[in-house]
Design a protein around this ligand. Structure first.
Ligand code: TYM
Length: 343
């Protein structure tokens, strides 16, 4: 990894999170989760089910806890190892909420107003969006900084939020004369899966908020559903090119090739070396077969974890203890730096 944390002297720590709000999809897997599993082999990693973020849009209180268990089950099934990584739910660690408030007072309105994800999520009726949705990226900065996270593995859509986190860290350090107290967290946006697009429109990102189920492959889709969605994916009439340049102006072709590459751990050039000259009639079944081969074992494991919620709860409980042990002393220092009474 790079010398991202520049003059910051603390330990290098990987931090990332995912919202427990409905089905995990292929974009979450290829953009983030697959990298988490690799990173934990070498680095101290902290992974958070961000349920405080989830409630920035309405959630069913009867389902939220089970959604948190479900996302945890998906991580474990994909290979996140709770003996190597810290895995916990955001709401079980008070540091997030406390630091978020303090950083809301550090972040500037203009910075947050520039966030495109808020504009996308709030849509035309932003007056009706929750205030929490607006300050969502400040809570995200608080997540990372409450752990002094130095590197953040995410998909490309999170780049702007990570830039804001860096600005907030820098501003806090300067406002309070606390040089290098917070690191400048570096995004780790890696691999051909960093930006998985909708199966129905290669110019739109794959997203759980897309009304069309056919636009995404969900973790819990069975083999038949995966095959059907890939068969129905938008493509074009031409054969696949033999060179990467030939994907120019063909967003759907690029996306399907990128998905194949991410699943097979190959570059687009390698995929095209194999399939160049073939039409989608041949490529799509190969992609469907690969997707099923890679995802089915994870889905099966995820289901068996879900059959044992007590085991997942034990993982989250232990994770929360470890997460509190790291974040409490950091928050104590923040309180001293800010000058609160009785710190
Ligand atoms: P969430 O749950 O929306 O997304 C989780 C992860 O999946 C990635 N992702 C994608 N990657 C590639 N292609 C896609 N189509 C795609 N869709 C989603 C996201 O980039 C993300 O890595 N705001 C965060 C959650 C968060 C967080 C944090 C992340 C809260 N606090 C602190 C890092 C550090 C989010 O996007 O969640």
């Amino acid at each position: 990894m790079s010398d991202a944390a520049t003059a910051y002297q603390g330990p290098q720590r990987i931090y990332s999170g995912m919202q427990p709000s409905g089905d995990l999809h292929l974009g979450n897997y290829l953009g983030a989760l697959i990298n988490w599993v690799k990173l934990q082999e070498e680095w101290e990693c902290v992974f958070c089910a961000v349920d405080l973020h989830a409630i920035t849009v309405p959630q069913d209180p009867k389902k939220l806890a089970s959604q948190t268990r479900e996302i945890t089950a998906a991580w474990l099934a994909a290979g996140v190892d709770p003996d190597k990584s810290i895995v916990y739910a955001q709401s079980s660690v008070p540091a997030h909420s406390e630091l978020a408030w303090i950083l809301n007072c550090t972040a500037r309105m203009g910075w947050v107003e520039r966030m495109t994800q808020f504009k996308d999520k709030a849509g035309k009726d932003s007056e009706r969006a929750s205030v929490g949705l607006f300050t969502y990226p400040v809570l995200q900065a608080a997540d990372i900084l409450a752990f002094k996270g130095t590197h953040v593995p995410v998909g490309e859509d999170q780049k702007q939020h990570l830039e804001l986190s860096r600005d907030i860290a820098d501003r806090f350090n300067r406002d309070f004369d606390a040089e290098n107290f917070f690191p400048q967290p570096e995004p780790l946006i890696q691999g051909p899966g960093a930006r998985v697009m909708s199966l129905k429109d290669g110019t739109k990102k794959m997203s759980k908020s897309d009304p069309s189920e056919l636009s995404r492959i969900n973790f819990i889709d069975d083999a038949d559903v995966i095959a059907k969605k890939i068969k129905k994916a938008k493509s074009d009439a031409d054969a696949l090119p033999s060179e990467v340049e030939g994907l120019e102006g063909r967003p759907e072709a690029r996306n399907l090739v990128g998905i194949y590459g991410a699943l097979a751990e190959k570059t687009n050039a390698e995929v095209l070396a194999e399939f160049g000259g073939e039409g989608f009639g041949k490529f799509k079944p190969a992609l469907a077969e690969l997707a099923v081969e890679k995802l089915s074992p994870i889905t099966q494991k995820m289901r068996s974890y879900m059959d044992d919620p007590a085991q997942i709860d034990a993982v989250l409980k232990k994770g929360a203890e470890k997460a509190n042990a790291i974040s409490e002393p950091i928050i104590k220092e923040v309180r001293e730096i800010v000058g609160f009474w009785n710190t």
